[in-house]
Design a protein around this ligand. Structure first.
Ligand SMILES: [Zn+2]
Ligand SMILES: [Zn+2]
Ligand SMILES: [Zn+2]
Length: 351
């Protein structure tokens, strides 16, 4: 827990939106810059020559000079009228907007679960088809991914993800990291390293799990090209202030992330009081609610409802959902301000 908590400021009386971030300290400490050649396919990325930075960053500030379109449209029927209505109700000012795309809303085994023939796994409702948990933050032409699930390749194709600018990791469990290898197409297309932000503990697991990324690559091989950045407190990515929200996932630390009036907190079983203060005044809150019955590592529906009642976001969305919850049936039991997330759900909040 120490790595995750370290650097998180004392709670402020003004926690909503940009007011929160305007009072917080700046960039994270860079633990290591590690650039690897991508092998035989194409010329070396420019990031090799400037290993501390990436993709046209200038003077130490992380910013692209290019004009990257940020059109993320799912072809999945999961993008329903209900979701569009929800987003349009929130997005109205015409200023900078953070668009949140739920790439995956399922638990670690996904739904349907292989070998299972339960009603939810056999459901014809596309919202019951849940890939592993991940979201994409899109703003000002940038795309920041939260976690690289084993389904990342599929999710990127489904979302028409044209470019990828950074990855945040919540923690190091397999359902959140095992798609890291699939960022390689973006390395090649963008010809640069992709920065990865995570706690020190998570970075250590990434280095161990993906040792081939950080060792001398055999000639001709293609490996992810990344730069590791340890999260020790609030940090900026492309002008967006990210507030880490430490929580516990069973005995292990996990990070949620807040940006403006949006927060994502997956894979948690308890939230310490100081982190609850960081989750005040939210418009949209996407949080773990694995199932109805208790679980030692995850918040269940009842526990997550209690947290929603305490924090009072305008709208809460449950994610990391297992096959115990059918989408429609579960929603019918929830209050209007709480819905199940689903693959393809998009939300927008003003920045
Ligand atoms: Zn998980
Ligand atoms: Zn099932
Ligand atoms: Zn986990």
């Amino acid at each position: 827990m120490k790595d995750a908590v370290e650097g998180v400021p004392a709670p402020s009386a003004k926690l909503a939106g940009s007011l929160l971030f305007a009072q917080l300290p700046t960039s994270p400490r860079v633990s290591r810059s590690d650039s690897r050649p991508e092998g035989q396919t194409g010329p070396p990325p420019t990031a090799r020559a400037t290993p501390a930075l990436f993709c046209n960053s200038q003077n130490g500030s992380v910013a692209y000079s290019g004009q990257r379109a940020s059109v993320i449209e799912f072809s999945s029927p999961g993008k329903s009228a209900a979701a569009r209505d929800q987003t349009s109700a929130v997005h109205s000012s015409g200023g900078d907007v953070l668009r949140v795309s739920v790439l995956g809303s399922g638990t670690s085994m996904g739904v349907p679960t292989p070998g299972c023939h339960c009603a939810v796994c056999k459901s014809s409702d596309p919202r019951d088809n849940r890939t592993r948990p991940s979201i994409l933050l899109s703003y000002s032409g940038h795309n920041v991914l939260v976690d690289t699930t084993p389904d990342f390749r599929f999710q990127a194709l489904r979302a028409n993800l044209e470019h990828l600018d950074a990855v945040l990791f919540t923690h190091s469990h397999a359902d959140h990291i095992m798609g890291l290898d699939d960022i390689r197409p973006y390395n090649l297309k963008q010809r640069c390293a992709i920065p990865i932000f995570a706690s020190g503990d998570t970075l250590a697991v990434l280095r161990r799990t993906f040792a081939y990324v950080f060792e001398e690559a055999p000639p001709g091989s293609t490996v992810p090209l990344v730069e590791l950045r340890e999260i020790t407190g609030p940090f900026d990515i492309f002008g967006l202030r990210i507030q880490p929200v430490p929580a516990l996932h069973g005995p292990s630390p996990v990070l949620g992330f807040r940006a403006g009036a949006f927060a994502y907190l997956t894979d948690f079983s308890s939230v310490p009081p100081e982190s609850k203060l960081l989750l005040a005044g939210l418009d949209h809150f996407v949080l773990d609610a694995l199932r109805y019955t208790p679980h030692p590592m995850h918040s269940n529906v009842e526990q997550s409802m209690a947290l929603v009642d305490e924090l009072r976001p305008r709208q809460a969305w449950f994610t990391h959902i297992c096959h115990d919850l059918g989408h429609q049936a579960a929603n019918d039991r929830l209050p209007e301000n709480v819905r199940l997330a689903y693959d393809g759900l998009t939300l927008e909040v003003d920045l």
